[in-house]
Design a protein around this ligand. Structure first.
Ligand code: NBP
Length: 477
């Protein structure tokens, strides 16, 4: 038998992806560095479909129909290069290597270039949805050549998540590193979503005085409205969970130091390089990093805050409604920032990414899946060249309607000393974009003063410099 697809790297993600292909009727060759994993897969799940177990690289490659489709699901970084080095010499022009790991898009660009010389299509593919997604249908973000998508696309469409309207959550994102770039931004947005939800929780707890179980109910209610999303849903689950050992709310027995694997940080690093203000995503990354600094947080023992003044019952309920507004408005901003980064990356690398198609494939399967994403899709469908989500009439009106509550929530947070960097960064971004004049004019004056960096004027063309050390007359630079 020849397999239509092969998966090497059979840890949780690779194993479940291989099973997903097999359950959809494909014959799947499976391979792993440590042979025991390959055997285990076939023993436990062999009856789910047609698997061809390969113990060596040669057997694996020989099991694949041509052109070969070889999926790599190993740890990102050096292991991916090691696996490519092992398999590339065994492949022929026209074959495809699909890297489904969380690679940095710059690595994907390099690998694609190197393999192209050999006539091999390298398809850097973002996959989101965790292990459950890999098995039941992830959101898939393939880059690489058009030819490779023509061969691979139908299979990916088959195993992918389906949006409510039935469309598969996969699209050819663009050449070389485009898929991994978009997956990176997906994860950056995920960080922001999680931070905003965390802030909403803390406000409901500290300002409104609700218990985790009560807050879980509030999130459940929110999940029936415009915030309907996977992350809001699981937030309610986590908040209502009670620790079996202590009987305390689970959230109170978990160490409050958040970890990260790097894709959120990459999103911010690349945004800095591209000059894209992703302040909300950056604050989310910094908030995780602050939480992890145990030594710095010794300050919690001696730094004073305001005296707590919890709200009464009626006020608390009204406050919860305001927090929903603040959360929704901040969410619009973080998606605005993430989509801006995708547009900037697409421009920089000539990828031609269709933002509407990206929002469409995030509607199901991935971690940030949400009803909201269908509205983003609709916004881009109405105007494909939308410069920013905030240029969309619907989102602009929604934020306008939310802004009084948003400001009230932030005022309460500041008065009561609850850290809300995500909400605050989002509002500052909104106010920054809205402002008819920014203090950047003063910044330009200062730069010209100390460094003769020159400035432009609002009323005349050209570049100017003021002789600050002399008679302060203005000269054309
Ligand atoms: P891991 O990231 O834990 O990687 C384990 C796999 O890599 C095993 O198959 C291991 O083989 C193989 N491997 C390593 Br490590 N070094 C190797 C080498 N030098 N040569 C050959 N194989 C090597 O697995 P995972 O959690 O299933 O994730 C797989 C990829 O998918 C990663 O890139 C990850 O970032 C990405 N991803 C994960 C998730 C998720 O929710 N976990 C979601 C989306 C994307 P061995 O069995 O012989 O040690």
């Amino acid at each position: 038998t020849s397999a239509q697809i092969g998966v090497t790297g059979l840890a949780v993600m690779g194993r479940n992806l291989a099973r997903n292909f097999a359950r959809n009727g494909y014959t799947v060759a499976v391979h792993n560095r440590t042979v025991a994993r390959t055997r285990e897969l076939v023993e436990r799940f062999g009856d789910e479909g047609d698997f061809v177990a390969a113990e060596t690289a040669e057997e694996f490659v020989a099991a694949l129909e041509r052109p070969r489709r070889l999926v790599i699901m190993v740890k990102a970084g050096d292991p991916t290069d090691a696996v490519i080095k092992e398999f590339a010499p065994l492949l022929e022009p026209g074959d495809m290597i699909i890297d489904g790991g969380n690679a940095h898009f710059a690595d994907t660009r390099r690998r694609e270039r190197e393999l192209r010389e050999q006539g091999i299509h390298f398809v850097g593919t973002g996959i989101s949805g965790g292990e459950e997604g890999a098995l039941h249908g992830p959101s898939i973000m393939p880059g690489g050549s058009k030819e490779s998508y023509a061969s691979l696309g139908p299979m990916l469409e088959k195993i992918s998540a389906k949006a409510k309207d039935g469309s598969p959550c996969v699209t050819h994102v663009g050449p070389d590193g485009a898929g991994h770039f978009v997956k990176m931004v997906h994860n950056g947005i995920e960080y922001a979503d999680m931070q905003l939800i965390g802030e909403a929780y803390q406000l409901l707890r500290d300002v409104a005085g609700y218990s985790p179980a009560q807050i879980a109910d509030i999130f459940r209610t929110w999940n029936t409205g415009r915030l309907d999303s996977y992350l809001i849903e699981i937030t309610a689950e986590v908040l209502s969970h009670v620790d079996a050992a202590t009987g305390e709310p689970f959230v109170d027995v978990v160490t409050d130091q958040a970890e990260q694997k790097g894709t959120g940080r990459w999103t911010v690093q690349i945004a800095l390089d591209l000059g894209v203000p992703v302040s909300g995503i950056a604050e989310a990354v910094f908030a995780r990093s602050l939480s992890g600094h145990a030594a710095l947080r010794e300050a919690s023992r001696h730094l004073a805050g305001p005296r707590p003044s919890p709200l009464g019952e009626q006020e608390a309920a009204a406050f919860a409604d305001r927090v929903e507004q603040a959360l929704y408005a901040s969410k619009i901003v973080s998606y605005t920032q993430g989509f801006h980064e995708i547009a900037a990356g697409s421009e920089e690398y000539g990828w031609g990414i269709d933002q509407g198609a990206v929002s469409a494939i995030w509607r199901a399967g991935c971690i940030i899946r949400a009803a909201f994403l269908d509205r983003i899709r609709a916004a881009y469908a109405g105007r494909p060249d939308l410069p920013s989500l905030l240029s969309d009439e619907t989102f602009a009106r929604e934020i306008e309607a939310a802004q009084d509550d948003w400001r009230e929530v932030l005022a309460a947070a500041v008065r009561q000393g609850v850290p809300t960097p995500g909400f605050a960064a989002a509002l500052a971004y909104y106010d920054g974009l809205r402002a008819p004049r920014l203090p950047a004019a003063l910044t330009q004056g200062q730069r010209d003063f100390f460094g003769a960096h020159t400035y432009r004027r609002v009323d005349r063309e050209g570049t100017f410099h003021t002789l600050w050390g002399g008679d302060r007359s203005e000269v054309q630079a």
